[in-house]
Ligand binder design. Sequence first.
Ligand SMILES: [Zn+2]
Length: 223
Amino acid sequence: MTRKHGEATPFRQAALIIVDVQNDFCPGGRLAVPDGDRVVPVINQLAPLFPVVVTTQDWHPANHCSFEAQGGPWPPHCVQGSAGAELHPALDRQHVTARVKKGMRADADAYSGFEGTDDTGHTLAEILRQHGVTEIYVTGLATDYCVRATVLDGLKQGFKVHVVTDAIRGVNVKPGDDARALEEMRSAGASLETSAEVLSHADVPARGSTGAAYRGSEGSVGE
Ligand SMILES: [Zn+2]
């Protein structure tokens, strides 16, 4: 019965990918995404559903090519070892399986989590395959840059990709960039779902009925 229940769980071969939920991309940070921190409670609600949870982080040297001083488009952000490069303090880390860092070379930028590696040098795709993951649910910042690039790379790598639409936020350098990015991801084969839809796929009713039966027998023993 327990085994059957586990086999029916839709997230058994799925991973939650948390893209760049870092202080510099949240309000008060060096490259703040409007309402970027609003994704945190949504992600915290989803994380316990997944057997594999991977965070990505921009992790730039101080002279990174994407910074304005080097002719790049962005203000300095997510400098290695700085407070701005840390994950948002309210992000629940207890379910995190692996942490991937990207953009570590001064002369190359990396928007996609699939361009990053963990501390032992494994790429995101390697980590996912090691865990038998076939589909990913992508959340985080920012919709029109690193979320977009991670989703498109995930599809190219052969994963089934879901985008959790209320667990992402866009920069919108040009108004509507986030909507255009979503349409591009959808056209490329990603499915767009709200966190409520994702949660509705979890086997919550079965868990609830087990709890009710347990409380019932406990009650009769207690009396
Ligand atoms: Zn960056």
